[in-house]
Write a protein of this length. Sequence first.
Length: 74
Amino acid sequence: MLDWAPVLLGWLLFILLSPGLLFRLPGKTRHVEFGSFTTNGTAILVHTIIFFVVFTILVLAVDIHIFTGSKSRS
């Protein structure tokens, strides 16, 4: 059986935490900007740290698993 949780969670978090897509932290004129579709180096660094922390908590601490395939009946 294959564990797809890290792959799917990584893909989902990558899409949701892309700087400027839903929000940008820090923003250019405010601390948080929503739907700006722009980014900068600081925002990329902050979103990378947020991604790493959330991904690590979900995969290691919460221990989420998504299994596919079937066991062989030997």
